[in-house]
Write a protein that binds this ligand. Structure first.
Ligand code: HEC
Ligand code: HEC
Ligand code: HEC
Ligand code: HEC
Length: 449
């Protein structure tokens, strides 16, 4: 009898729920769907405004968005089934793209058309139940989730009839975002390093977090029952899918030291590019598929257009950064069951343009867009936060050029996915839409000798 009482006392002293301490691969299948609330429960009557914002951002679509569906089901899943080295991605992609399904062990989840809970993608209850992360570097979904009646946020003491709220400073820090925005491939390559790039750059030293730029504060209310505040964290999360966010990221100037020049002489133009807007490199994140390139054209007095090629600097691996018509992405042949696959055009843009990129290379040294199949990298020629790059263009002015004013245009273009890849895989056109980041022009006078 005494023993029973002792055991009972011991049991009641235990907390009602044991705290979860698992994250990353170890968190696969540790929860049930019922443990997580659906985003529309949060949004239907209380957080109507945040729900509307969330609906528009990519993190509410990262399982259903067509390109994600194609890459996962057409490439990653078949690749994982054929190649033991990358077998883990069959479940692992979902750790970031459909975290609830991953933590429930529903992997691979049903396709988006089945309208399962995987379609929630990264919902409210994914982020607002995170209590920390495992280890000392955030990466590969190593966040620790503790779903339940307590929602963690950026302020304490708020009253909610629906749930408890608790202030958790971690949520307002870049490390929180890094749990999904840093990714290591099965070969140990950092195939996403947005948080690591930020940490090395100037903004981390000034205390500017991801949230400052991607969740700007504004007066308002955060829920129907909440009080009016001056600094409500907006859930915009704009990035590569928002031309307005991308526009103006880099400022550029083109100038010449030969303002008057005769046909047959050599002109030289210098383009200075300054990254004034990103807190990480540009491009960042899915850098294996982003295109950022500088195109320079001269237009003579009669409107004839001449395309200028960038001067080579001579660094190792530079050819990856100069547009050409070579073939690449041969490793797609494995998941697509095309053993002799020759590859497709690497760039799909005018030859000779400078590309600001870091090529992702497979274990045979071929360029890949399958970031999980990346074993190493070529040169990192992206533009760092507040970094300035200079490109020169030396051009032999043709003999038959029109005498008069010549305009020289420098345009920095951006594309989420190379056109040849989008066309080959049947990805909707808008994923390969070309956005203008910035442009600038200068004039020279073409004079008679
Ligand atoms: C990708 C992660 C993420 C998702 C998804 C997300 N939030 Fe948040 N939310 C945050 C972060 C981070 C903060 C704190 C921002 C800060 O400190 O600057 C926050 C803050 C909040 C706040 C407090 C705002 C304030 O300033 O008082 C509320 C309320 C909130 N979120 C509700 C929601 C709801 C409802 C949803 C779904 C419709 C949602 N969140 C989806 C990450 C997320
Ligand atoms: C649970 C994982 C997870 C967490 C935590 C997370 N993200 Fe994301 N985020 C994603 C995924 C997955 C995508 C890819 C969406 C897609 O498919 O294009 C994404 C996309 C984005 C984008 C790109 C939008 C675009 O237009 O392309 C931004 C910006 C972003 N996240 C910012 C943040 C910030 C800031 C935080 C921290 C407050 C954060 N994320 C936390 C998983 C996460
Ligand atoms: C100083 C402001 C600033 C800070 C700080 C910042 N970003 Fe960004 N971010 C931008 C701008 C501007 C863009 C749009 C240009 C681009 O796509 O890189 C962007 C783009 C992105 C994208 C889309 C990239 C792509 O190609 O899909 C993601 C994801 C992202 N940021 C996540 C983060 C995360 C995570 C952090 C913190 C570790 C962070 N950002 C910190 C300004 C910032
Ligand atoms: C560690 C978290 C993580 C893992 C694991 C992960 N992703 Fe992502 N994924 C992201 C984030 C974050 C982004 C957005 C990056 C950005 O916009 O810069 C993204 C972007 C993407 C995009 C690009 C969407 C676009 O906007 O162009 C595709 C497609 C994608 N992931 C598919 C996959 C597949 C397939 C896997 C598994 C092989 C996978 N992801 C594994 C976090 C992850």
């Amino acid at each position: 009898m005494r023993k029973t009482i002792a055991i009972l006392l011991f049991l009641t002293a235990l907390p009602a729920f044991s705290q979860n301490t698992k994250g990353g691969d170890d968190a696969k299948g540790i929860f049930k769907y019922e443990n997580f609330q659906k985003p529309d429960e949060c949004g239907s009557s209380c957080h109507t405004d945040f729900y509307a914002q969330w609906k528009q951002m990519m993190m509410s679509k990262c399982y259903t968005h067509e390109w994600d569906e194609i890459e996962y089901f057409k490439l990653a899943v078949p690749h994982a089934e054929k190649e033991p080295k990358v077998a883990g991605v069959k479940a692992g992609c979902n750790g970031c793209h459909a975290p609830v399904s991953f933590m429930v062990g529903d992997v691979p989840p049903p396709k988006p058309e089945a309208n399962s809970r995987a379609n929630e993608s990264v919902g409210c209850d994914v982020c607002h139940t995170v209590t920390g992360f495992v280890g000392d570097t955030p990466f590969n979904f190593n966040f620790i989730s503790n779903p339940g009646t307590t929602k963690y946020g950026n302020r304490g003491g708020t009253q909610s009839p629906a749930h408890e709220t608790k202030k958790l400073p971690f949520l307002s820090k870049a490390e929180f975002c890094g749990t999904c925005h840093n990714e290591k491939s099965p070969f140990g390559a950092w195939v996403k390093a947005t948080h690591l790039e930020w940490k090395e750059g100037p903004y981390s030293k000034e205390g500017v977090q991801c949230q400052n730029c991607h969740m700007p504060r504004t007066p308002g209310i955060s829920s129907a029952m909440g009080e009016q505040r001056q600094d409500i964290a907006q859930h915009l999360f704009h990035g590569a899918h928002d031309p307005g966010k991308v526009r103006g990221t880099v400022e550029l100037r083109i100038h010449t030291d030969s303002p008057d020049i005769a046909p047959g002489e050599q002109a030289k133009f210098t383009v200075v590019l300054f990254n004034q807007k990103t807190g990480h490199k540009f491009p960042t994140g899915s850098a294996e598929e982003r295109m950022l390139w500088l195109h320079v054209e001269a237009v003579d007095a009669k409107g004839k257009i001449y395309h200028l090629s960038v001067d080579k600097k001579g660094f190792q691996g530079e050819d990856y950064t100069i547009a050409s018509n070579v073939l690449a992405y041969q490793d797609m042949g494995v998941p697509l069951s095309k053993p002799d696959f020759k590859g497709i055009q690497r760039d799909g843009i005018p030859e000779g343009d400078r590309i600001f990129r870091m090529p992702y290379l497979d274990s045979q040294g071929r360029m890949t867009i399958q970031q999980w199949n990346t074993a190493s990298f070529g040169p990192d020629y992206r533009i760092g936060p507040r970094e300035t790059k200079t490109e020169t263009f030396t051009w032999l002015v043709p003999d038959d050029v029109e005498i008069g004013t010549m305009t020289v245009n420098a345009v920095l273009n951006y594309q989420k996915l190379p056109t040849p890849v989008a066309e080959f895989l049947g990805v909707p056109k808008e994923e390969a839409e070309i956005m203008e980041v910035n442009s600038h022009k200068t004039i020279i006078e073409i004079v008679d000798d």
